[in-house]
Write a protein that binds this ligand. Structure first.
Ligand code: ZN
Length: 1127
């Protein structure tokens, strides 16, 4: 602090001088000023303000105003804020009221006073209220009315009115006093005179339109038409572009009046869209007009008429009879609820700002709820059934004595019968085989047994119709033609056995290309997978497998103004309807639209295969398609994940795809992420890669709304362009690298075959069946004991438990790839894996939501519930996988084997990198400003994240968070921590996009990096295994720092979006860019300097004559030092 009392420059002396100068006009009887009671505590500024409020003579008031103005113009805005904090606004308002109330106001004072008030008021958030309190609002409006013909005075009033209108009640007050009409009359058609007054009027008009009431007023009075004509007039006649600011301000007014539905409708019906579109075309051609393009485009985007999605219903095309619930009840869940979350930890999106403001309210501060509560939610007797899932504790390992020749069939590693394990309770068996699954899908009053008997397939899985349509030469079949005529003829008939022949021949020819995968095993697994639509077609990439591409794939640079171009194309749909094809090409509900058409004019789509979820495709233009995703089963929302097949393409032409019913408010697609593509031709030529692809990628709010219900509910468009390399190809496009349920089943079989059963105890069991009767696998991995000796068996049976789960959210396929990395590593011959197996027993449930994954849902199970919100009280019938996972954890707890670590694998759509969420009492209380003295906590929950930060390239410690939120109280992480008592209970989030730190900075994640993350997670477990004596690799320990340091990082608030605001706003509802203070200042200053010809000058210029007076510069010096010192 700079204090005059402590400086050489004595305050008292200067103050006296000041008082001497101004005393005559200051201290009038009965009006105690701020400065009189204690000179020592007043600053020079306060003296001035007080003098201003109580001013008497014109000259001293002008001097004060001049000093203040120069003082405030010189520094940064902080000086003005300081002045506001010292009552500057009130002083100016008082002075204004005192001066203007006179019968014949003195404009020599009023003008500079208004100017200063505009500058200061602009920075004072409460200026509207203060002006109302001072009675200055209507007064200023009256001043304006009296000076409509005096451009300079009118401008000064308009700026002040603009500033006052920052508060809703003040703006309404101005509206009630016909302020809008008065101001509107000051906006003329094109002219070259008094431009700054016209601009002030338009800006004031826009500012007063900040309230609903005023917008209604203006719309009902028909001003929109006038504003459009004004804009057109200025646009056409301002050929030298000297009035861009005025055109800009008019656009701002149009933005404001279209905040209401009536305003948008009026805008559209009055031809506003076409007018703005046409003017924008001119602006696009002239660099000088570039500043007008963005507000024009956003205005058009906002005013595009709301269009319902071209669907018959918002409800998912797939529905499933819920046990115990009549089918008609499905509609209960169809309304757009507000539960549109993302991964476990993401904020519900719809009200993000309010959410964020209330974020601290969400923290759990009830210490009893933060304390561990290891009492089960069910009777102890119910836990006994889970002992079957700990075979390692009962197995006698007799096979260890039998030698190696029987290894392959040893019970320790074989469990091919897992599918038979759990459905013995089903009373009907497979008697319904052969009946049409669609006919019996929704019988009245569906009983539980019906859903348990959900379809058992007997058909042979084939390739998609488009695949069959690929010429044989392309598939490579022509090499076989000469030897195999019979088959070729059969192929033309297209029956299923022939499709199988095609596949078999392909495998025969290409087996050497796919050593990484076993397609036959996949097909066999898929044949047992039960889907609602009864998929009998295999997604080729899942069937054939894939390898990560050789190099890394950098994030895509965002093309400048890509959103602008997309919006202009959207606008053209409304303006040039004849150019739009609007032809439905694919509809999952209409079988006539699912066969390959002969048309060469359009692409073919298909998505009736596992994880596929395209609902409808509409050709909009020759090379542009609108795509609609299927909502989650039995519900009407959660669209984000996509996976579909496309064929019949022309090579080397960019095709534009618009997914028009996305729901999230932002997406990593705006920050470098690309969708993934798989080409069958490339795969057959030995390059079976999912590759990141697509240009012109953009994610923005569109004009579509749901079929029923709220018109205001909004959707977002994800748009991207793909240029296909080959003709006669079948390609697959997806949100992220798909990983199907059948892929998991096949993968577990491969793993089981791969392990050495003498070393690795690998057991796959079925934890339970899902709602649709798909088995939920539980995998046990640990080391076989070295011998059957007592000591070795004792060591085995006292190992520590680690429990890992994943894919509770079906759209998070990245979680499955990370899980695959974990499983593969734990089964490998790596010495670290060996030592982990010798230390721990791993219990892994890789897919908690098989039905969701199979049916291509993004978030929910078949009961349209987010399974990661069911952990508090999981329903055994509706959420069986959660109920039994929790039961199994309770069981482990009850036999004294509470897991040391629990981790649930997820994917995160709005952030980069890989990170963990954990649970900490101390950090949660600390964050809520609750006293944490005396709260004891083991800081061990930080060990794994800290280790991962060192060893896992994609991992970011700074994104981790250990806060316990009320809204997350029913998630796996929090429940396992609180109820099972697992200190190290985590959610692991992996980005869909890529990294912004570490060696992968700027690169998108591939499956290679996801697998690596799963491996590194295993490595990190070494850091917690220090607690127990083990034989892990010395080499690794050396580069993993195993210290258990207590908190040395401050917790990061990672609940904020970690992206900067988008260059092009995703939402069009954001306010149009606010006026800048500097612009207002310069306008005001120009008003002082300029002297329009037609203005009566009244000798005002004399005010400048004293501006250089010595008193003023001394004052200036004095005040500026005070201000700076006090900032
Ligand atoms: Zn998730």
């Amino acid at each position: 602090m700079f204090g005059y009392g402590r400086s050489n420059f004595t305050w008292n002396g200067t103050l006296k001088e000041l008082q001497g100068t101004y005393h005559s006009s200051v201290c009038k009887e009965g009006r105690r000023s701020r400065m009189t009671d204690s000179s020592n505590s007043s600053s020079g500024l306060e003296v001035l303000l007080s003098a201003l409020e109580n001013a008497g003579d014109v000259e001293s008031t002008l001097k004060i105003l001049s000093v203040l103005d120069e003082l405030l113009s010189a520094g940064t805005d902080r000086r003005i804020y300081y002045m506001i904090s010292k009552g500057g606004s009130e002083a100016l308002l008082t002075a204004l009221v005192n001066t203007a109330r006179c019968f014949n106001p003195n404009y020599t004072i009023l003008l500079p006073l208004l100017h200063l008030l505009a500058k200061v008021g602009y920075r004072d958030r409460r200026i509207g209220m203060k002006a109302e309190d001072a009675g200055a609002v209507v007064l200023t409006l009256n001043l304006l009315k009296q000076n409509l013909k005096n451009a300079k005075r009118a401008a000064a009033c308009l700026w002040v009115i603009q500033v006052f209108a920052s508060s809703v009640s003040t703006a309404n007050l101005i509206g009630e006093h016909c302020g809008l009409d008065v101001i509107y009359r000051l906006i003329p058609h094109y002219t070259t005179k008094n431009l700054h007054t016209i601009k002030a009027a338009i800006n004031a008009f826009a500012a007063v339109l900040c309230t609903k009431a005023n917008v209604c007023l203006v719309v009902s009075k028909g001003y929109i038409s006038g504003l459009l004509r004004l804009y057109e007039d200025w646009h056409c006649k301002d050929t030298h572009h000297v009035a861009i600011a005025i055109r800009h301000a008019l656009l701002r007014c149009l933005h404001k009046v279209t905040y209401s539905t009536a305003g948008r409708e009026a805008f559209f019906s009055l031809g506003g869209l076409r007018l703005i579109y046409q003017t924008t075309q001119t602006c696009l051609m002239n660099k000088a007009l570039s500043s007008l393009v963005e507000p024009s485009v956003q205005l058009m985007r906002k005013c595009l008429p709301k269009t319902r999605l071209p669907l018959t219903s918002d409800l998912s095309a797939y529905s499933f009879p819920i046990p115990g619930r009549p089918h008609s009840d499905l509609h209960v869940n169809m309304a757009f609820s507000d539960s549109c979350g993302d991964s476990d930890e993401e904020e519900p999106e719809k009200n993000q700002e309010t959410e964020h403001n209330n974020y601290d309210d969400d923290l759990e501060t009830d210490q009893s709820k933060l304390r561990h509560r290891p009492e089960p939610d069910r009777p102890k007797e119910a836990l006994a059934q889970y002992n079957v899932f700990c075979p390692e504790l009962y197995h006698d390992f007799q096979e260890l004595d039998l030698g190696s020749e029987t290894e392959r069939s040893s019970p320790a590693s074989s469990s091919d019968d897992e599918d038979e394990l759990c459905y013995s309770s089903s009373p009907h068996g497979s008697q319904r085989n052969g009946s049409d699954p669609f006919q019996r899908k929704y019988p009245k009053g569906v009983a539980q047994s019906d859903s348990r008997n959900f379809h058992i397939r007997s058909t042979v899985l084939g390739t998609s119709p488009s695949f069959r349509a690929i010429p044989k030469e392309t598939r490579g079949d022509h090499f076989l033609q000469q030897n195999d005529h019979g088959h070729n003829d059969e192929e033309e008939t297209g029956d299923e056995s022939c499709h199988q022949t095609i596949i078999d021949r392909l495998l025969e020819r290409n087996a050497s290309c796919i050593p990484h995968h076993d397609p036959k095993l996949y097909r066999s697994a898929a044949s047992k997978t039960k889907s609602i639509p009864d998929f009998n077609i295999l997604g080729f990439p899942d069937f054939w497998g894939h390898l990560p591409p050789k190099g890394h794939e950098p994030m895509a640079p965002r093309k400048p103004n890509v959103q602008r171009q997309k919006v202009l194309k959207d606008v053209e749909r409304f303006l040039n309807k004849d150019d739009i094809i609007n032809k439905v090409i694919f509809d999952v509900e209409d079988s006539s639209l699912q066969c390959p058409s002969d048309s060469t004019e359009s692409l073919r789509f298909f998505s009736k295969f596992e994880c596929g979820n395209l609902r409808k495709a509409v050709q909009v233009r020759r090379y542009e398609y609108d795509l609609i995703l299927n909502a989650d089963v039995n519900c009407s929302q959660h669209t984000q994940w996509f996976y579909f097949e496309v064929s019949n393409m022309e090579p080397n032409v960019p095709y534009c795809f618009n997914i028009i019913n996305c729901e999230k408010t932002n997406s990593q697609f705006n920050y470098g992420m690309q969708p993934v593509l798989y080409s069958v031709r490339e795969a057959l030529e030995g390059r079976p890669h999912w590759v990141r692809t697509g240009t012109e990628i953009c994610y923005y709010r569109n004009h579509f709304c749901p079929v029923r219900g709220r018109m205001m509910a909004t959707f977002y468009t994800l748009t991207f362009s793909i240029t296909f390399k080959h003709s006669d190809d079948v390609c697959y496009l997806a949100y992220h690298y798909p990983y199907s349920y059948s892929a998991l089943k096949a993968h577990l079989k491969v793993l089981q075959k791969s392990v050495d059963p003498a070393k690795v105890f690998f057991r796959q069991q079925t934890l339970c069946g899902s709602l649709a009767e798909n088995s939920c696998p539980l995998v046990t991995i640990t080391a076989c004991p070295a011998s059957r000796g007592w000591k070795d068996l004792h060591q085995l049976r006292n190992r520590i438990y680690i429990v890992l789960t994943g894919r509770v959210h079906p759209g998070e396929s990245n979680a499955s790839w990370v899980m695959k990395g974990t499983l593969e590593f734990l089964c490998s011959n790596d010495p670290v894996a060996q030592s982990l197996r010798e230390t721990f027993v791993f219990k892994i449930i890789p897919m908690l939501n098989p039905d969701g994954v199979i049916n291509g849902t993004h978030r929910c199970n078949l009961n349209s519930e987010d399974l990661n919100r069911q952990w508090s009280k999981p329903d055994p019938v509706l959420s069986p996988t959660i109920y039994h996972t929790k039961g199994f954890l309770y069981y482990l707890n009850s036999i004294g084997r509470t897991p040391l670590v629990y981790c649930d694998y997820h994917g995160h759509s709005r952030k980069k990198n890989v990170f963990l969420y954990g649970c900490s009492v101390k950090e949660t209380l600390w964050q809520s400003a609750v006293d944490t003295v005396g709260v004891k906590e083991d800081p061990g929950y930080r060990t794994i994240p800290k280790t991962l930060d060192r060893i896992a390239p994609a991992f970011s410690f700074n994104s981790c968070n250990y806060l316990v939120e009320k809204s997350r109280s029913a998630t796996a992480r929090v429940v396992v921590w609180r109820e099972i008592g697992v200190l190290r209970s985590y959610t692991m989030e992996s980005t869909y996009n890529g990294c912004d730190q570490g060696i992968y900075k700027g690169l998108q994640m591939g499956t290679r990096e996801l697998l690596e993350t799963g491996l590194k997670f295993c490595h990190s477990l070494l850091s917690v295994s220090k607690d127990v004596k083990t034989l892990y690799s010395r080499r690794l320990i050396n580069h993993i720092d195993l210290d258990h340091n207590t908190l040395d990082h401050t917790s990061n608030d990672c609940f904020e979006d970690d992206e900067p605001p988008c260059v092009e706003e995703i939402e069009y509802s954001k306010d149009c860019p606010a006026l800048k203070g500097a612009d207002l200042d310069s306008d005001v200053n120009n008003n002082m300097a300029c002297c329009d010809e037609d203005e009566e000058c009244e000798g005002e210029q004399q005010r400048n004559s004293f501006s250089q007076s010595s008193m003023k510069s001394r004052l200036y010096h004095l005040i500026s030092q005070t201000s700076i010192g006090t900032e």
